[in-house]
Design a protein around this ligand. Sequence first.
Ligand code: GUN
Length: 282
Amino acid sequence: MTAQLINGKEKASEIYTALRDKISALPSKPKLAIILVGNDEASLIYVRNKQKAADLVGITAELFHLPENTEETELLQLIDTLNTDSQTNGVIVQLPLPDHLNTHKIINRISPLKDVDGFNPYNTGMLQNNEKPYFIAATPLGIMKLLHDVCPKLTGKNVVIIGASLIVGRPLATLLLNNECTVTVTHIHTRFIEELTRQADILIAACGVAKLVKQDWIKQGAILIDVGINRENGRICGDIDFEDVKDKASALTPVPGGVGPMTVAMLLQNTVNAYLLQNPSL
Ligand code: GUN
């Protein structure tokens, strides 16, 4: 293997140490409310990881696990209660939601000051305007931290992002544009995608298709960031075919152990920032 391995697990662990020190100096524990509707298998795992990591750094993570058939009004009411609860610093609603719930309506209800996922239109809009949002989505923020280590000068880089989601593709494209990159976002209707990905100095795959990106999709020496978490024959794999690209890329993230741990670390960092934002005298 010639590519440098980008170790997200190690980086996340450094962030946890710094967060633990910061939290231990606060007069009380920051609190994160996690709302989970239904029993989506992947969501249950992600939520458990968030709870475990929160516990590790000294954040109280309270899980509101609601049944699959929860009505929209009930969910909105819970968000209203958490928005006004002075003990709750951050509120997230784990996605995806069951089909009968309107995701945008629900996300939009979270107070921008507690929106530690950074999905509320106030926060995404500020990011879009290249102003300072209260919070930036955790996965894009984690990716920017990883990229900074392998590519400190982003100006002028050609970046291709596969996937235009609310959670990753869109906010990440904005962040990279704000960092003076030339950004192309591809999606399911993109034609001749390989011709675009082959131009990328940095290629980010966030489409949820196991091992989609092969050697002939990438430029020699490209930096590859894999956001995918897929299950293939009982094993976890990314959206990039690791074995196929590892001798052509200059650096790449493994799955697991790359982007995933950084997402959780950034969510917790956002929660500490929410606490500080809501306690300006500290
Ligand atoms: N589902 C997958 N990733 C995320 C995330 O970062 N936040 C939330 N709320 N749901 C998700």
